[in-house]
Design a protein around this ligand. Sequence first.
Ligand SMILES: [Mg+2]
Length: 188
Amino acid sequence: MKKKILLDLDDVICEPGYLTLINKFLNTNYTLDDFDTYYLDDIIEDEEEKIKLNHFYLKHNLYDYAKVLPNAYDIMEKLSEKYDIYICSACIPVLLKEKSGRCFVDKYNYLINNFPFLEPEKFIFTNSKNIIKADVQIDDRLSNLRNDTKIRLLFTSYHNKNISDEYLKEVGVIRVNNWLEVADILLN
Ligand SMILES: [Mg+2]
């Protein structure tokens, strides 16, 4: 039986369109290095403005602006021969839960149209990722990795750079900075 990988989409397989859209909305030129919290919206202090931004996001398909991270496609394809890949991705924007339907559709279509080797039957769309157990989990958010999964890989991203190696060691999580490092651990 193949081992199971729980694989996150946003900021692991691809960079979704949040940055492009927040720059459009604010008429700015931010790069991801300008952010150090998970929600890019945190750069806006005014709550009403934040909600307006979230409505703006929902007028777009985030994945029209997505960029696949270097080597992700090829290494995922190789991984899919050795492992069962379960895409595990959150779809509910915290500020506009009642309008989150299009996030599920856009994510689903992006995955099936761009990664033909993935099996849609193995897509899991949930914000409660930490309750699911697999053999391997890859995510950029440490809170999603708080479970009993044996091999837990934290994919380096703008918002998790400051988590120390000591702390990760303490909680049994391994940092990976790119897909080649994922391949080193899972394919060799
Ligand atoms: Mg993510």
